[in-house]
Write a protein that binds this ligand. Sequence first.
Ligand SMILES: [Zn+2]
Length: 292
Amino acid sequence: MSLETSAPPRWQPRTQRAGEWEITALSSGWLRLDGGSMWGVVPATMWREWTPPDADNTIRLACRPFLARRGKDVVLIEPGIGTRWAEKWRKIYKIEYVDTLEETLARVGVKPEDVTHVIDSHCHWDHIGSQVVERDGKLVPFFPNARHFAPAVEIAMAKKPGHARAASYRAEDVLCIEERGLLEGFEGTRELLPGLVAHVLGGHSDGVSVITLGEGSERAIFWSDVVPTTHHVQPPYIMAYDLDVVRSFEVRSQWLEEAARGSWLGMFFHDEHVPFARIAKDGKRYRCEPAC
Ligand SMILES: [Zn+2]
């Protein structure tokens, strides 16, 4: 059986507005994870239609940062996977350095030095690896002038994950930023900039958060791994990776309901094809309407 995979869809600039914010979907590369793990208890007969797997049962996942701009605020939400990977891990996770953060930022005319804020929803390596780069054999922050924010409990887990969480974190992804005084932890519900709020939820990981921008029908939400793709929109469609499934079910039920009621603009990190979509509800079931 051939394990050759198709090429990932190439990045193209896609921008949406949410109130005063202009939000552009970037790319930081790609990885593949086992489809069964990404879909938890959902039967393969169903998920294979929505996210067709390769011969080895893996599905391709985007690692998609979002650039939110408003006046002098240049905010990078979720840096992404990055290119700091040993060959062994690149092979295991089939990490593809196609349309990297460096390349896609340059394509929208933004220099890493221009970024004023970096927000990490949680500290799993596929979400924050890009915030640290290697230059002349040394690890340095990719965004040297940005204030970086991450959930306090996630910073702690990244530094000392313990056995059950060890495969999901790399300490250097946060230490390099913290050592330079650029990293700040947040807890609970925290307004990081006027109208830009981090909500620590937990479930998928100890401190996974969603990020909201703006208010009312103008509101956008970065779903992170709370809703990893536009197909994961029914509350029980919980990844096998989630630490606390009961908590995941609670927060997903609550936030999907609110997002559908408000017709919020959703920002999806892992969806292979769709960066922006709004969630709607038909009877008891949710569906996603791609926004661009
Ligand atoms: Zn995660």
